[in-house]
Ligand binder design. Structure first.
Ligand SMILES: Nc1ncnc2c1ncn2[C@@H]1O[C@H](COP(=O)(O)OP(=O)(O)OP(=O)(O)O)[C@@H](O)[C@H]1O
Length: 270
């Protein structure tokens, strides 16, 4: 059974009577224990996809399954329960992930409230993000980078089935970033946690098992084991990666030549 399955997901925001199509027909299947780096330019729809996977948004169209459960069929109470027991999330702004007046250790313990508090896990997580001697410090008095590391510990407090993280290393130096990467990979190996991580950090994308690139609201490309692939979309559409735009600029005409195992595109209007 897939950990995540998106089938034709569309997300449309309406702001001041203007509609923004943030995601269009996203199909995506992620296996249990996969660690996925979600890449793409600013405004491509990465955070939107993360929020949908977290159940914080309901899609305008399309269907989403988490561990075989169709999220759209859950009422709010069941969805809240699934979120607190199955999903760990790191939001983009570090301060939004923690409760400022609680200590670091209390923040991690609080995230375990839906299950049983496991003090050893609290200590272990804090140590592994390099905050072992800061357990008693109020989260509100920590730096942005410390809060970001604490946020990862909070998100993993419950050994979630699904970890969703939006730029979890954006405020970290290489050493702290490496700790966070290790923690995510370990969670996948030890607990079978599936991770989807929005990132611009090359160290993160290279360390995870798969990359998925969103461009203009669609899954345009994927990478596995260092090899990059374009994804043929629903209507047969393929996005030409930006690094080839000088050969085949958007709007240019091309001839399709079939070959044994695919097609070749050749520009005709030069
Ligand atoms: N609440 C909202 N209301 C209206 N439009 C929104 C809202 N949230 C996002 N958008 C728009 O949806 C599109 C996708 O946004 P999203 O934040 O998902 O992109 P992103 O790839 O995460 O970008 P970034 O890397 O800059 O965080 C953008 O055009 C954005 O302006």
């Amino acid at each position: 059974m897939s950990a995540v399955r998106c089938d034709g997901i569309v997300q449309i925001y309406t702001a001041q009577d203007v509609e923004v199509v943030a995601l269009r027909d996203v199909d995506l299947v992620i296996d249990p224990g996969e660690t996925v780096a979600l890449l793409g330019p600013s405004g491509a729809g990465k955070s939107t996809l993360l929020w949908l996977l977290a159940g914080l948004l309901r899609p305008s169209a399309g269907r989403l399954w988490l561990d075989g459960v169709e999220v759209g069929r859950l009422d709010q109470r069941r969805l809240d329960r699934l979120r607190s027991t199955h999903i760990g999330m790191v939001l983009q702004n570090p301060a939004r992930n923690v409760i400022g007046y609680l200590s670091a250790a209390q923040n991690v313990a609080f995230a375990q409230r839906a299950v049983r508090t496991d003090r050893r896990r609290v200590r272990d997580l804090l140590t592994r993000v390099g905050l072992g001697d800061m357990g008693a410090r109020p989260a509100g008095r920590m730096s942005g980078g410390e809060q970001q590391r604490l946020a990862v510990a909070v998100a993993l407090a419950n050994a979630p089935r699904l970890l969703l993280a939006d730029e979890p290393t954006s405020q970290l130096d290489a050493g702290s970033g490496a700790r966070v990467i290790d923690l995510i990979k370990d969670a996948a190996e030890r607990d079978g946690t599936t991770a989807v991580v929005v990132t611009h950090d090359v160290a993160v994308s290279e360390a995870l098992s798969r990359t998925v690139t969103i461009r203009d609201g669609r899954v345009g490309a994927e990478g596995r084991r260092g090899e990059d692939f374009v994804v043929v979309g629903r209507e047969g559409a393929v996005q030409v990666p930006p690094e080839y735009h000088h050969l085949l600029p958007p709007g240019s005409m091309a001839r399709i030549e079939p070959i044994e195992d695919g097609v070749v595109l050749r520009r005709t209007d030069t």
